[in-house]
Ligand binder design. Sequence first.
Ligand SMILES: C[C@@H](O)[C@H](NC(=O)OP(=O)(O)OC[C@H]1O[C@@H](n2cnc3c(N)ncnc32)[C@H](O)[C@@H]1O)C(=O)O
Ligand SMILES: Nc1ncnc2c1ncn2[C@@H]1O[C@H](COP(=O)(O)OP(=O)(O)OP(=O)(O)O)[C@@H](O)[C@H]1O
Ligand SMILES: [Fe+2]
Length: 562
Amino acid sequence: MRVLGIEGTAWCASAALYDAEADSVLIESDPYEPDSGGIHPREAAEHMSEAIPGVVDAVLTAAEDEHGPDAIDAVAFSKGPGLGPCLRTVGTAARSLAGALDVPLVGVNHMVAHLEIGRHQSGFENPVCLNASGANAHLLGYHDGRYRVLGETMDAGVGNAIDKFTRHVGWDHPGGPKVEAAARRYAEEHSGDLLDLPYVVKGMDFSFSGISSAANDAYDDGVPVEKICFSLQEHVFAMLTEVSERALSLTGADEIVLGGGVAQNDRLREMLASMCAERGARFHAPEPRFLRDNAGMIAVLGAKMARAGDTVPIPESAIDPNFRPDQVPVTWRSGESVARGRGPGSDADGTDADRRGAEATVEFVSEADGAGGRRVIKRRVPKTYRHPELDRTLRRDRTVAEARLTSEARRAGVPTPLVHDADVQRATLTLQHVGDRDLAAVDEGTVHARSVGRHLARLHAAGIVHGDPTTRNARVGVRAAPQESAAATEDDRTALIDFGLAYHTGHVEDHAMDLHVFEGSVRATATDPEPLIEAFEAGYAAVGDEGVLDRLRDVEGRGRYR
Ligand SMILES: C[C@@H](O)[C@H](NC(=O)OP(=O)(O)OC[C@H]1O[C@@H](n2cnc3c(N)ncnc32)[C@H](O)[C@@H]1O)C(=O)O
Ligand SMILES: Nc1ncnc2c1ncn2[C@@H]1O[C@H](COP(=O)(O)OP(=O)(O)OP(=O)(O)O)[C@@H](O)[C@H]1O
Ligand SMILES: [Fe+2]
């Protein structure tokens, strides 16, 4: 099968020929380069109208010269997400070409194409996928016929966050490669001294708006631009690597593929490769021509979809500027799930064997402490992928936060482990052992999910957010609560752990994010997530503020393709 792909979601007018038998890809691209500032949608669309015919013609001529007039079996195009005016131009070109050649048309999701090219090349079966592109940043995992969004940016895409700073400094678009070059110069010429910038992760979600503004302010205050570029990269890429590691830990997957234009950055690839090497996970990043926007990835996924019969009649081939990756029915893969690694005895099964979380190693010890209770020793081990200064700060701050807020949460009526000892220097906590297993390892978890809802509502009423309430950070058992109260209630069967990302806040938005993080983890790990989510929300509503649930709907509905 040979597929002609067309891409033009924002800046890159591109056409490609994918020959499935030879597994070869020919790509012709014509980029739009704005004279000043960022991408102007109208200019970008004009560029598409001018450039698409040329790149399509080049690819079609090459195909027909080699294979004759019936060279093409299907036409695939980027249906979204992207800039509406650009998508419409490309859609029109694709429809007329499919009509003229009399072949089927395939409508491809651009973000799913960014990740499928890595899966195709690596041969990995069930990777977690990190898409680091201009307008987006998200982690995806396959589960039951869809790519679930395990985590994503709550505001700007990662490339856009970097480009926002370079625009402020007056550099031309795209800014990413210039930031990379400046950061490399700084690392070579200086000791790699780091500027402290906001570092914001919430479970597997993250935010870049604070860091872009802080970088702009630092520039206005006279901090050398190379130092800001270096520090921007160190913070932003460490955030992406941390959430990727958390996704591996949560799902039990042991493979990662990377996609998107920002993935051309050597430092990002280096951090991910080093994190994976430390965990014993496999890592793949395609070569640069398949990372930045290109029609090659559209043609490759188009061929898989066409082979699965997933073509679209021309009247139904409308573009969708807000097309999310989790809306795509994945017709070209079978039913396996990214969370397959959670059978008994595996690291993610949540029963009691020493384990490695995303941040820490956890050792289970039987302590002769009079009460005969078991303990866990949690060590936040240094992460060699991140800058030593950033690593020290994060490990110290999180150890302190965990010790303090685990205890405060218990005083607010939420079952949490007793903190026996905190060694801040070594970033090590000794905690009471709670529960028999993680909620993620339980098949019938609705009772526990309801309790997690009530627990979070109590926490929020006390002005605390958990920051990482996942199904691996809820421990369940006949009696998971530490207190020996006479009558154990239903809520005593579920305890919350891992308060390293917890903080004090009364903001509805922060409370809603806690709910969003929990629901994301349920969708990532549960076979049938909906009953758990319903029970969780009912539990929250019974104790907490309905306004937070309204805000949750708002968080979920926000279009993030800006
Ligand atoms: C929807 C679609 O139009 C959009 N496409 C897109 O964002 O183009 P892409 O080629 O994936 O990524 C471009 C971004 O990639 C950044 N970039 C390119 N080279 C870079 C480098 N060496 N380091 C950091 N960023 C880099 C650019 O600054 C720019 O922000 C998307 O995939 O989100
Ligand atoms: N007090 C405890 N009692 C029983 N089990 C625990 C306790 N603390 C941790 N564990 C177990 O160890 C695992 C990892 O611990 P924890 O979540 O605190 O580490 P982490 O590295 O921060 O993990 P992640 O960031 O992946 O959630 C938990 O999922 C749980 O199975
Ligand atoms: Fe892209």
